[in-house]
Design a protein around this ligand. Structure first.
Ligand SMILES: NC(=O)c1ccc[n+]([C@@H]2O[C@H](COP(=O)([O-])OP(=O)(O)OC[C@H]3O[C@@H](n4cnc5c(N)ncnc54)[C@H](OP(=O)(O)O)[C@@H]3O)[C@@H](O)[C@H]2O)c1
Length: 223
């Protein structure tokens, strides 16, 4: 695959950039010459980190305003924010249903709405839905549905954004060893086969930006 995208002088936001996949995407973008800003709910001392809860549309608007005030432009948006839950549909709590859709789906929509009008021709948006958006699984129905909604949103976003010269990549990595499953907001993960390494997933996503791809199905990932 050829590398057609010029990362130098580009400003990238990695939402969830402190997480297992997000922090490695941030590092990879940095190594290719981007100015990288991360955000997540938990404050830290990194001057390139902005504390923001993307479940709130107001906080998300404010995140983008702060980033633009500090860095002047926004060329790459990666959304690596997410939470997971396990359990049968019949016993999943209302709080968990709301939390999964707020964090995984609503925040992706809010982030896109806040960022899109500030992005220019040649920019890229990456949403990480996941392999479950290709086929949902028992015991993960609500998580899977929240991710299928992200994939569906990205499908339409991609066509709207194309008119502005902005590329959208829906990335659907298989199970990845970030520990996400051990941090489930409800339920206990089943025993998964060994997953992909977070670094291989992060590098594949950045390669897709570099090489002009506009979709990353699960089959595109390997260690
Ligand atoms: N790991 C896998 O097997 C796998 C497979 C396919 C797809 N994915 C998807 O890939 C993405 C990244 O997964 P991961 O494994 O890297 O997860 P992770 O290590 O748990 O990272 C999640 C990140 O999201 C942030 N976050 C959570 N809620 C937030 C909120 N409301 N506002 C802002 N930031 C928030 C977290 O930081 P704070 O908690 O500090 O906010 C953290 O930085 C997720 O969308 C996940 O569903 C993962």
């Amino acid at each position: 695959m050829d590398n057609t995208f010029d990362f130098s002088q580009k400003v990238a936001l990695v939402a969830g950039g402190t997480g297992g996949i997000g922090q490695l995407i941030a590092a990879e973008l940095s190594s290719r010459g981007c100015t990288v800003i991360t955000c997540s709910r938990t404050p830290n001392n990194d001057p390139m980190h902005i504390t923001s809860d993307l479940r709130s549309p107001e906080e998300t608007q404010s995140l983008i305003k702060t980033l633009l005030d500090q860095h002047g432009s926004l060329d790459i948006v990666i959304n690596a924010v997410g939470v997971v839950a396990f359990g049968e549909i019949i016993s999943t709590s209302v709080d968990t249903v709301e939390e999964l859709f707020l964090t995984n789906t609503f925040s992706h929509i809010f982030l896109t709405q806040a960022a899109l009008s500030h992005m220019t021709k040649g920019s890229v948006i990456v949403g990480i839905s996941g392999i479950i958006a290709e086929q949902n699984l028992p015991g993960m129905a609500t998580y899977g549905a929240s991710k299928a909604a992200v994939r569906s949103f990205n499908e339409a976003l991609s066509r709207e954004a194309r008119r502005l010269g902005i590329r959208v990549i829906d990335a659907r990595p298989p199970h990845t060893e970030t520990g996400l499953a051990t941090r489930a907001i409800e339920g206990v993960a089943p025993k998964f086969p060994q997953g992909l390494t977070p670094v291989s997933v992060a590098q594949r996503i950045v390669l897709a930006i570099a090489s002009g791809e506009d979709d990353l199905p699960s089959a595109a990932f390997s260690n």
